[in-house]
Design a binder for this molecule. Structure first.
Ligand SMILES: [Fe+2]
Length: 145
């Protein structure tokens, strides 16, 4: 089966509206290297590859997202040793996937701190946090709210 990224995202958002969300996957564009989140499906959009957390062998301490709760907010820092944020090597995105299937995403750029504070807005349960390094791929961690 073949599917375009536009159709893919349309389906994903429609399903989220109907059901409150389902599990997320993260895909990399094979031409320009950009990454995008999408619906759990048996197909991968045309021109994309599914990323798996930890599939690149690199320093865990610089990549595994560190997650803490402060004042009802979710603070994510990459990682236990701060990850570089240089033009050639940086964290492009951080995603937070809540147990109800909804997802928050933060886009980062070089020069920023490799961290972001998310507002769970009262959501509870398991939270899976992903980050993507342009050189070292996708990494994740989990926390219970
Ligand atoms: Fe990295």
């Amino acid at each position: 089966m073949s599917i375009s990224i536009e159709y893919f995202n349309d389906v994903w958002h429609n399903v989220n509206r109907r059901t409150g969300g389902i599990l997320m996957k993260i895909f990399k564009n094979l031409e320009n290297g950009s990454v995008v989140e999408g619906l759990l499906m048996d197909v991968v959009p045309n021109g994309y590859r599914e990323l798996k957390a930890g599939e690149v062998d690199a320093a865990q301490e610089k990549h595994v997202p560190q997650v803490s709760v402060e004042d009802n907010k979710l603070k994510v820092v990459v990682g236990s040793v701060e990850h570089p944020m240089l033009e050639a090597h940086y964290i492009t995105n951080i995603w937070v996937e809540y147990s109800d299937g909804t997802v928050d995403r933060a886009g980062l750029v070089p020069g920023m701190k490799p961290e972001y504070v998310f507002d769970p807005k009262g959501r509870t349960g398991k939270v899976t946090v992903y980050e993507y390094c342009n050189l070292h791929g996708l990494w994740k961690n989990e926390i219970e709210l």
